[in-house]
Design a protein around this ligand. Sequence first.
Ligand code: SF4
Length: 434
Amino acid sequence: MTLLENARNGIITDEMKQVAIKEGVSEEFIRQGIAKGEIVLLGSKHHKGVCPVAIGTGLSTKVSASIGMHGAEDSISGEIEKMMTAVAAGTDALMDLSISGDIDGMRKEALAATPKPIGTLPLYQALADAKKKRGSSLKMTVDDLFEVIEKHAAEGIDFLALHCGTTMDIVARAKREGRIDPLVSFGGAHLIGWMIHNEAENPLYENFDRLLEIARKYDVVLSFADGMRPGCLADSLDGAQVHELVVLGELVTRARNAGVQVMVKGPGHVPIDEIETTVKLQKSLCKGAPYFVFGPLVTDSAVGFDHISAAIGGAISAFAGAEFLCYVTPAEHVGLPNKKQVYDGVMASRIAAHAADVAKGLEKAIQWDLEMSQARRNLDWEKQMELSIDPETARRMWKERSDDFSSECTMCGKYCAMKIVSQFLNKDNNMATA
Ligand code: SF4
């Protein structure tokens, strides 16, 4: 039985127990959420030592960081270092999106390097392998693609990103309606290129039952990627994006009927005033499946600072109901991120996730901020550093300004409002006692 079937049959597995403790909710809450498809549990039984992570309704918002080899200058060791940087920054999950080099070796090392759940986009490797084996990515066969999917699942990949809903109909609609930035999804663009060249329907859509058999066999979570992800504000919520979401909603039902856990990936670039509609539409069409959003970026013009643009969009999306934030780094739209940019991207997404969790009323998140406020009132700098989202950076910043933890900070110095007010209040209290 798959995990989803166990949940439906009232069985609480060890993984469900583990995530319930981490989330501070009951085991039954987790079981019911999985049974309804509103929670997915990442943690393949084929991934040795994985620490399961639950994503979905009523749980804390999670963050994922993507790394992977793209060019000749990228190495496995370099990408593993970035991966460990993302882990140190507190990411909940990772994606290995390698498109070149020793992709098998990279995935193997990534799986061994960390207990965090790891996702891949198998199409990338299938296209790269076809280029090596057959001289062109366009010569990839349907069997090539499914063999790679099965290989990733068998090796212990925890979630598979697949553009199952990007059909020919949708491509035709996008062409007919016209987009400012036609395609920005790397996998989506290459898949569509393959479909057009081979005059064939999307093999993931046409052979969806074959995909479900593999997902069932290895009990791996499917993450439906969006080939029509809007890549600029002007394309947000256009016909092609919504049409794909309708198709994905149908596939969510088929996956659940087959006992396969599924989540849905989303945009992209979305103006602030369209974020709530985007999330609510996904929730409605995809029957409450967890929503994994890429950012979203709330402006097209923040090059060099897109992690901030994405954090704004991520916080609003998560407050509106999205549960999983794919990080965006400051290098977005410029190039592959370095370690520092990976770190900053994860931190920005974590702040967005936490801000949304506070607004959603998650007890743990509220308590964290309350403790920080109390430490601030008490001028308890040790405690403030300890409670900071990034204690190391907080301590370093303090030390750049002062060696002394016993007084106010240098912002207002001797005019420290916290100190003056606390002295006044203490005096008042003494008078009252006398
Ligand atoms: S000096 Fe100013 S910023 Fe620093 S703790 Fe006091 S009130 Fe806050």
